[in-house]
Write a protein that binds this ligand. Structure first.
Ligand code: NMX
Ligand code: MLT
Length: 462
């Protein structure tokens, strides 16, 4: 089945006009930024900004400052800022989708890439260009369809993204002698990155329909922005449009060190193209300690209901017991804790506020249970005494919204996360190439070396 929406003449009419705006702005931004990076490396490169302890070396490099991005920053107390703006500031500043309190994903893409709040005509250009780029080659659908139908949707998404590698504009330019150089490399990267963010929601909708809606596929509606079209393609009503817009923006970026963003950056640092890099990033997102936690939250909550509350209303005592049962069985409480955050995730709060202002949802049984867990779990985790952060993260609140709107097949939740995360990962590697970041290659040491340096009272830095 083909999901093509624009005829070739339409492509020709729109393409040259819209190509200039975002790409030209980005070109100016990258060129203006390069001298700052060059100076930092050449003149200030030996300034010490951190030191590494043995527990950081063994314990997942926690808190080691060794990555650079200007696209988002995560403060442990405050939470995420996208391009210097908090979540409420970001939502307030960006132009809104027609008839909505939420911005379009397209305007957020412009903002992530450039750091500028786009004017309405710039948003319109991105929305128009997005429609051209969102056309997914038929072979992607054929590839996914060839997989066992009981494959996890994240496997399908990762393979679907990887299948487009053969048409990578970055890889083609790299292998075309005379076309590619360090200064212009980002332009080819940008082409793939933009194609990828526009196509991934279409691929995600295809997977959802294939697996859970009896392969009833819907075509793209060219009148709709990305979030609204996603709602349309998965058979949702108009009320889901803001859910999609909010979800994709909130899940987009969480600075560079998280597994999906870091993997994408690492793989791309070998000059692997965006399809190779993001397919790898998605494979990291699929882990239960990372993106998969959002489906685990729903699983945990529904099992709790089934086990303890078939005939009775949930109580704080019952929730407390279920949390201890989980911890005593040696499992983590999904949706709680964080490697960096030390307070409630503002992405949790943004989604909670959405629930509280949505009639029906605010009185929903499952939402009330999630709210009760929010009241109880931090105290239980504090008493347990292991987690450094007892507060909820983004995943503790996202699934209940999907469930309420009828997206009850929770295997798809990490795919939704992956659609949003593509925005951050693709913006980041566009800038990685713009600033010519090096291949990533940290140094490893042996256990005996750690023991020797510890006995000597610490390693002497030469
Ligand atoms: N439930 C039970 N134990 C926990 C939890 C939790 N929610 N969070 C951390 N711990 C334990 C952790 O397993 C470790 O145990 P041990 O000392 O026995 O090895 C100890 O507390 C210290 O871990 P932290 O330093 O607090 O956390 P770390 O930075 O290693 O890991 C997470 C961060 C997010 C992986 C961890 O908090 C966790 O597993 N949370 C549950 C899964 C989850 O919600 N993941 C989603 C994260 C957000 N995302 O979307 O990616
Ligand atoms: C994320 O959004 O990537 C998660 O909160 C995990 C992280 O930041 O480490």
């Amino acid at each position: 089945m083909s999901l093509t929406v624009l005829e070739p003449e339409a492509r020709l009419k729109v393409e040259p006009a819209v190509q200039t705006t975002l790409k030209e702005t980005l070109k100016q931004k990258i060129e203006a930024h390069r001298p700052r990076t060059t100076r930092l490396v050449k003149e200030l490169g030996k300034v010490v900004i951190d030191q590494v302890t043995i527990d950081q070396c063994i314990g997942g490099a926690r808190d080691v400052r060794c990555l650079v991005t200007d696209i988002s920053y995560l403060d442990p107390q405050e939470g995420i800022r996208f391009r210097g703006k908090t979540i409420p500031e970001t939502f307030a500043a960006l132009p809104k989708a027609p008839g909505s309190d939420y911005p379009t994903v397209e305007s957020f893409w412009y903002f992530l890439l450039t750091g500028d709040i786009p004017a309405q005509d710039q948003v319109d250009h991105v929305v128009a260009e997005w429609k051209i780029r969102q056309v997914v080659p038929q072979y992607v659908f054929d590839t996914i369809r060839a997989l066992p139908r009981d494959s996890h949707p994240m496997t399908m998404l990762s393979i679907g993204i990887l299948s487009m590698q053969k048409d990578s504009k970055f890889a083609a330019a790299y292998h075309d002698a005379g076309k590619y150089n360090k200064m212009n490399a980002w332009k080819f990267l940008y082409e793939d990155a933009y194609d990828l963010v526009a196509r991934i929601p279409i691929i995600a909708a295809f997977i959802y329909n294939l697996k859970y809606r009896g392969d009833r596929q819907a075509g793209i509606d060219p009148k709709l922005d990305m979030g609204a079209n996603f709602a349309h393609m998965i058979g949702q009503t108009d009320s889901y449009r803001d859910v999609a817009r909010m979800y994709f923006v909130l899940h987009s970026d969480h600075e560079s060190g998280n597994v999906s963003a870091h993997t994408t950056h690492l793989v791309h640092s070998a000059l692997s193209d965006p399809y190779y890099a993001y397919s790898a990033g998605l494979n990291g997102l699929a882990g239960p300690l990372h993106g998969l936690a959002n489906q685990e939250v729903l699983d945990w909550t529904l099992k709790f209901q089934d086990k303890y509350c078939r005939d009775v209303e949930p109580t704080k005592e019952l929730v407390t017991k279920a949390l201890w049962d989980t911890l005593n069985a040696g499992h983590v409480v999904p949706g709680y804790g964080h490697a960096v955050l030390r307070k409630t995730d503002p992405r949790y709060m943004a989604q909670r506020e959405f629930c509280l202002k949505t009639p029906g949802l605010k009185d929903d049984r499952l939402f009330k249970l999630v709210s009760m867990i929010f009241e109880v779990a931090p105290g239980v985790l504090q008493e347990h005494g292991h987690a450094k952060n007892p507060w909820p993260n983004v995943d503790a609140q996202s699934g209940v919204i999907q469930w309420y709107y009828g997206v009850t097949e929770w295997d798809i939740y990490t795919v939704l996360f992956g659609v949003g995360r593509a925005l951050g990962c693709m913006a980041n590697i566009t800038w990685d190439r713009g600033l010519g970041y090096a291949i990533e290659r940290p140094k490893s040491v042996t256990t005996a070396m750690l023991e020797k340096w510890a006995e000597e009272g610490g390693r002497k830095l030469s």
